[in-house]
Design a protein around this ligand. Structure first.
Ligand code: IMP
Length: 440
């Protein structure tokens, strides 16, 4: 069986907590898109591990797979593995030979393009990890794949084709000086050695075959989406998006199992009880101006600072058109709502129930970002809920959640047309109220 965990909003919904909670029953945890732009903190045995590439399941004795839809920076991968091993863990991580490699010139170009865009005010606010340029090369058929690192001749061929183009881009288009990132010899030496290490450690797989065999053996697969639906390159607010598909359909494409496999399983959308966003782009329910103080309060209480970049996140009320859109794009079978405790004790709680777009009421997200930026939220007020002993609530169960918060959750499940499977009521993993187990 499969369970796919996806972000319903703009990333940072707390997917890791659910992967932790339900990953225990999975044998394999697969990432199917993105790269080291994702950030998750795993707490195990009192130790805290900040990971951006290695699937969190790998810290807990599961097989962690980076699927063909991922972009892999081997430097990050080995740094994370070495750190985990240094702390006495023995993570089992496999990497798809069809996954693309983030090379140093991708990171350089990510930075250069963001700077160039900043001058014209259209900066995306990327994580600077080279994600976009790597996916560009993948689609442009000039990428280097993990499998290419295993054959020094092929690697040289790929680099000799791609690198002069990058050099020309940096020097002739941007008028900058190319550096080490465009030195074919240096790149070849470093990345052939990466290939050698991947081979020695037996880490590369044909992802589709690997997962097929596990399924045949009756194993449970969990697909761990990174980022969220509203920054999906197809379904998000383009161009303020990441360059991959965090939505559930990509779990099949980005790993090599069929959509009939993931489609027969569960798709759980993770929802934060309010909104946060790193990076640029419209945010109709954003708390700003006179609400700045409230935004600061939620930001501090919810720890809303980027895991990868440390940037303070922008804060807004729950945006329900965004959730309806996410539910349709992903086909949720259930949702998990996190950070319900963060909103406790406020004087007011609102949600953006719908939008007013040029005088018309709409209930999902418009397809152009310009229209989305013109949307005014039509707010709905909810009765605030009090601070309570959330650890106690987590232990007692759903009925112990304050009435007003349950009202809020009931409204959310009605709007996305999928039941609440779990409610996050505290930063500790144990502080989750579980209502249903997607594996059952
Ligand atoms: P990129 O993925 O680094 O290209 O960044 C593109 C956009 O996606 C930017 O707005 C980033 O802030 C956002 N983004 C990328 N990864 C994450 C994530 O894991 N959480 C939240 N936002 C992200």
């Amino acid at each position: 069986m499969t369970v796919t965990i996806v972000g319903s909003q703009l990333g940072d919904e707390g997917k890791g907590a659910l992967v932790d909670l339900w990953g225990g029953e999975a044998d394999v945890v697969v990432r199917y898109q993105g790269g080291d732009n994702a950030g998750h903190t795993v707490v195990e045995g009192g130790e805290e591990y900040a990971l951006s590439l290695v699937p969190s399941g790998a810290v807990r004795g599961k097989v962690g797979v980076l699927g063909n839809g991922c972009v892999v920076n081997p430097r990050t991968l080995f740094d994370e593995l070495d750190e985990l091993r240094g702390k006495g863990l023995d993570p089992d991580v496999r990497v798809a030979r069809r996954a693309h490699v983030i090379l140093p010139y991708h990171r350089r170009l990510d930075g250069i393009e963001e700077e160039a865009k900043a001058d014209s005010g259209v900066k995306v606010g990327t994580t600077g990890r080279g994600i976009g340029p790597t996916y560009e090369d993948k689609a442009g058929r000039r990428g280097v794949r993990i499998g290419d690192l295993l054959d020094p001749e092929v690697l040289r061929e790929r680099l000799e084709y791609a690198v002069p183009q990058k050099r020309a881009l940096i020097e002739d288009v941007y008028g900058l000086e190319a550096g080490e990132e465009c030195d074919v010899e240096a790149l070849h030496e470093e990345f052939a050695a990466v290939g050698e290490r991947l081979r020695e450690e037996g880490m590369t797989v044909d992802c589709g075959d690997f997962l097929h065999e596990r399924r045949e053996a009756g194993k449970n697969l969990m697909f761990e989406g990174a980022q969220g639906t509203s920054i999906d390159v197809d379904h998000g607010n383009y161009p303020y998006v990441t360059s991959s598909n965090p939505t559930a359909g990509a779990a099949a494409v980005g790993s090599g199992v069929g959509p009939t496999v993931t489609g027969r399983g569960e798709v759980v959308g993770v929802v934060k009880a309010y909104l946060s966003r790193v990076g640029e782009g419209p945010l109709p329910t954003e708390l700003e101006g006179p609400d700045e103080e409230l935004a600061d309060f939620i930001r501090e209480k919810g720890g809303e600072f980027g895991t990868v970049t440390g940037r303070p996140r922008r804060i807004g009320w729950l945006d329900v058109p965004m959730l309806r859109h996410a539910s349709r794009a992903n086909g949720f079978t259930g949702i998990a709502v996190n950070h319900v405790d963060v909103l406790a004790g406020l004087d007011e709680v609102h949600v953006g129930h719908a939008y007013d777009l040029d005088g018309e009421t709409i209930e999902t997200v418009p397809s152009t970002t310009e229209e989305w930026a013109r949307c005014e939220p039509i707010l709905r007020e909810f009765e605030p809920w009090p601070e309570v002993d959330w650890a106690d609530v987590a232990e007692t169960g759903y009925e112990a959640i304050p009435d007003a918060a349950r009202e809020y959750l009931g409204y959310a499940e009605e709007q996305v047309e999928a039941p609440v499977y779990a409610v996050g009521v505290g930063p500790d993993r144990a502080e989750t109220v579980v209502r249903a187990n997607p594996w059952e």
